[in-house]
Design a protein around this ligand. Structure first.
Ligand SMILES: [Zn+2]
Length: 118
């Protein structure tokens, strides 16, 4: 199996709804998020790629236009703005374009991340 991955970054604010009173994530705050998309293929294409990295620039453009310096509750249209939910949302966007998409990982700090992998 061949595996490639590419990492992107954006900054955004959010509030996670439904938390106990006093939970810090229930207050308005922001993160410098990191997004990593992973693609897998058992065999390479004729060029020798899993997927040309240049094609993945479309994800950067989407992140820049849709997520960067935005309020995630507005973008997603609800208050379940956890990194888990964000990872699945971005996975669906990628999978629709690149069938080789295997997982999307979203980090909200350098030491904590969530991944969606079917
Ligand atoms: Zn947060």
């Amino acid at each position: 199996m061949y595996v490639i991955a590419k990492r992107f970054a954006f900054s955004a604010s959010h509030v996670i709804g439904g938390l106990a009173a006093g939970h810090p994530c229930g207050r308005l705050h922001g993160h410098n998020y990191e997004v990593e998309v992973e693609l897998r293929r058992p065999a390479l294409d004729v060029t020798g790629f899993v997927r040309d990295f240049h094609e993945l620039a479309a994800l950067k453009a989407f992140i820049d236009a849709t997520l960067d310096h935005r309020h995630l509750n507005d973008v997603l249209g609800h208050d379940r703005t956890t990194t888990e939910v964000l990872a699945k949302w971005l996975y669906d966007w990628c999978k629709e374009r690149w069938p080789e998409t295997a997982a999307v990982r979203v980090g909200e700090t350098p030491r904590s991340w969530a991944e969606y992998r079917p």
